[in-house]
Each structure stands twice: as structure tokens, then as C-alpha cells.
Design a binder for this molecule. Sequence first.
Ligand code: ADP
Length: 192
Amino acid sequence: MNIILLGPPGAGKGTQARHLVDGRGMVQLSTGDMLRAAKDSGTEMGKIVAEVMARGDLVTDEIVIGLIREQLETVKANGFVFDGFPRTLAQADALNDLLSEFGQSLASVIALEVNDDVLVSRIVGRAEEARAAGQPVRSDDNAESLKIRLMEYYKKTSPLLGYYHAKGLLKSVDGLGDIDQVKGEISAILEG
Ligand code: ADP
């Protein structure tokens, strides 16, 4: 079973993806985590993406599609949970092609619905908590980059809601509930 978690920054995609894979033998594929790992490893690609990410812009389709291809080629799993990918229509088309190349398909696309005020306060809160605990703060968790991340989401990613709706795959979940509530709603969709 392959699933996409779709939603704006701060909607809880990463948190829910981690819960989803737990005990199901599935693997979380987060392009954000892969890109941060590339950045930290100091590779050429890492250097290129670091600035783009810090600004809140999207990394090129070519780079993220390449990262996903690599995972699909090498990781064996009882299904994947795509978290933060696809983020553009071109990425969505590429994912379709990749999945069929590997003899796989998409079971559901779960859209986490959260309004902008909550997104901003969650992300600002996350950065403040990290700072108070002396932990590293994501370079894009600041008001300026967040504004760009939200704009990018509405311009480039939100059209995917219609794209997957047209394919009959879209399921919406209220992302405002607490973590366990949202988790329960997602499980009900997948098991129902
Ligand atoms: P969030 O959902 O909170 O914005 P992510 O970790 O998913 O966090 O993404 C962080 C940043 O990584 C994005 O703002 C973007 O720069 C880059 N990124 C992640 N996934 C993609 C993708 N699929 N396409 C392009 N850029 C991406």
C-alpha cells in the first residue's frame, strides 16, 4: 500500500507519516529529510539545495524526483508513505510513472487540512521550543521563509488536491485535532 500525505508546511505530515509506518512494515519517504541530510553531508547537491531551502523556495523537480527514484530502486518495504512529495504537478506525474515502472500503485492521498493561522503558530512554536532546549532550529522556520513556503504551497502544491480528486484517490482529514485524533482518522480511512 502506497500513500501520499499532502498538506501545507506545519500540517503534521511528518508526525503522521512516522505513526503510519509504525508496525505496518511501511517506509516513510520524506524529501525534506533527504534534502536536509544532503545539506548536512556537504555534497555538491547539498550546497545547491541549502540556500533554496533556507529561503523557503522549492528545490528543482529533477533533484527531488532523482532522490525518490533512488529510494524506490533500493528500499524494500511493505509500501511507502510519501511525506512532502510530490509538491508539484510535474512531481506527481513523475511519481505515477515511477510507481508503474516498479509495478506499484497509489492507494490513497490523504490531505491534512489546517488553516494558516495554526500553521504559523505551530511552526513558530516548534522553532521556539527547539531554541529554548538548545537544539538546532531549522533554517527555514522563520516568519520570512514561512511566508514563502506557504505561497509555494498554494501556488504549486495545492493544485495536486484537484489532480488526485480527479483520480478518485483524495481523502481529507481535519488536521486540527490532536495527534492521536488525526492518527485515528487516517487509520479509519486506510482500513475502511
Ligand atoms: P515543510 O512541509 O514543513 O515545509 P519539508 O521538510 O517537507 O517541510 O520541506 C522543507 C523544504 O525542503 C521545502 O521548503 C523545500 O525547500 C524542500 N523540499 C522538500 N520536499 C520537496 C519537494 N518535493 N520538492 C521541492 N522541494 C522540496
